[in-house]
Write a protein that binds this ligand. Structure first.
Ligand code: ASP
Length: 324
């Protein structure tokens, strides 16, 4: 019932998309394809039976934390969730000590969200159990990028003349402070997608154009013209120490997605958002809710199968040396 792709997967951890090859990304998709049809049955699998997964979330989360919890439970694991203000980190314990203690309590896997870039990669080196990055500062959110690419692949199909290679995806909004944008840039370009980054120059610096396959466009009309998908991003107020545009109203009038601007997209274009949505700011409410165009809730749902895939692969990895 469970695919054999784990035999090809050698990674203990998933901390950033940068480290994955296109075939490893394909292995996650293949594994998610196995799990997705099983979700309907509400049946529990045995992949992680007897294992304990600790969800260590030191920054707020709704979707990602719940999706990891649901995914791990569907795979048969026990799940313990720890949040920042309820852990001994607030009493001065280091992250390393917290993690070593969680390990000593027989945890088999840790999923971690942290405000510091590199925190998950650091723990992955300290611990001998899988560490999955659920977001580290503005750096990376690898499972979000995987579920986004999986959703694009699902919508655009697979096979000759279909698929996501060569498709045009515009990522619009606060690119500078977005870990979702960074992980998507790596993931989508590895899969041959043509990525446009759009938003105000203060939030989308020209330096992002150094990524192969990426263009930076500050004129929204140009950025949206003919795009197959638009990935909207919220302004990451919690990471900004200075203001990057005069007011939210001005941001919306210059860069918000509205009905008129939708007309610039390809006729089949889809609207994506990692959530949480700030309705009326980056997108008009009726667009976010448009059943013909918006795949926002499909992304959330795909997050279960994709995260099941990642957890399964890391737990059942082959012990060969990882690809460099
Ligand atoms: N939920 C995503 C994240 O954790 C996007 C966001 O918060 O805007 O990065």
């Amino acid at each position: 019932m469970i695919a054999a792709t784990a035999a090809e997967w050698t990674r203990k951890d998933l901390t950033a998309i940068e480290e994955l090859s296109p075939s490893e990304i394909g292995a996650v998709f293949a594994q998610a394809d196995v799990f997705k049809p099983l979700l309907e049955s509400r049946e529990k699998l045995v992949s992680l039976h007897g294992q304990t997964l600790v969800n260590l979330f030191l920054e707020p989360s709704t979707r990602t934390r719940t999706a990891f919890e649901v995914s791990a439970k569907r795979l048969g694991a026990d799940v313990i969730s720890i949040s920042g203000n309820a852990s001994s980190l607030v009493k001065g314990e280091t992250l390393r000590d917290t993690a070593l203690n969680i390990r000593a309590l027989n945890a088999d896997m840790i999923v971690m969200r942290h405000s510091a870039a590199g925190a998950a990669a650091y723990l992955a080196r300290v611990l001998d159990i899988p560490v999955i990055n659920a977001g580290d500062g503005a750096h990376a959110h690898p499972t979000q990028a995987l579920l986004d690419a999986y959703t694009l692949r699902e919508r655009f199909g697979v096979g000759p003349g279909r698929g996501i290679e060569g498709r045009r995806v515009t990522i619009l909004g606060d690119i500078l402070f977005s870990r979702v944008a960074r992980s998507n840039i790596h993931c989508l370009t590895k899969l041959g997608v043509r990525v446009t980054l759009a938003g105000p120059p203060t939030l989308v610096p020209g330096t992002f154009a150094m990524f192969p396959g990426v263009r930076v466009v500050h004129d929204l009309n140009v950025a949206l013209e003919g795009a197959d998908a638009v990935m909207l991003l919220r302004i990451q107020h919690e990471r900004q120490t200075t203001t990057h545009f005069p007011s939210l109203g001005e941001y919306t009038s210059m860069f918000g997605l509205n009905r008129e601007r939708m007309g610039l997209l390809a006729p089949h274009a889809i609207i994506m958002h990692p959530g949480p949505i700030n309705r009326g700011v980056e997108v008009e409410s009726e667009i976010a809710d448009d059943p013909a165009r918006s795949v926002i809730l499909a992304q959330v749902n795909n997050g279960i199968a994709v995260r099941m895939g990642v957890l399964h692969l890391c737990a059942h990895r082959s012990r060969r040396q990882p690809e460099q």
